[in-house]
Design a protein. Sequence first.
Length: 266
Amino acid sequence: MVMLQGEVPQDARRFQVDFQCGCSQHPRPDIAFHFNPRFHTTKPHVICNSLHGGHWQAETRWPRLALQRGASFLILFLFGNEDVKVSVNGKHFLHFRYRLPLSRVDTLGISGDVSVRAAAFLNSSPFMEGGSEYPAGHEPPCSRVLPRGLWPGQTITVRGLVLPEPKDFTLSLRDGAAHVPVTLRASFTDRTLAWISPWGRKQLILAPFLFYPQRFFEVLLLCQDDGLKLALNGQGVGATSLGRQVLERLRELRVSGSVQLYCVHC
């Protein structure tokens, strides 16, 4: 699933989102899925199509465009085995059957009259147990069991959306006795990120604060022999030392705070 968040300018005529088979400009690459909202016509609509060998295929027109000039949007592109489904602002809008192999797509192209605030790529299943076709973000607290603890090479991934007026975000790891050997806390009040020890001691992480209201985020924890490495939005920002025995005794991940969660993977 690909999430696209942004705003349509007040004077927008059109923009396009292309899932491309390459990134060259000359020759133009094939486009497996072309999503093209048009606002300048009497009845705004979306054109979907594919480009193969420099030639556009038969286009499909979708009326009742759910995007509006001067308004923000959240678009989800959900890629299945045979087609892509698109929702706009939480409601299903269209589906488009593939004409080119999805395996050829390696580039996302966005152009035209649009302001993009964030793009997120979920390469692991974003579905919650018993969830609907389009996974909806759910608010914490959230808990995940770690039946065998943590071991070198294991990763923990948390993806979500920061709420409009956030206060904090907390990710804690607990052992079988309900002790909390390590906590990662982001404070939106003073824009600090820190490791919190079991005794309440705060170790600030000296890195740019990468959490923003109404923006997507990804927290990645990589387990090593002597602790955890931390990455935010694909950028490494630090590590904390714990020791192998402490890592092996961890049994639970808990996430809380001012966010909507789309994926918690251990």
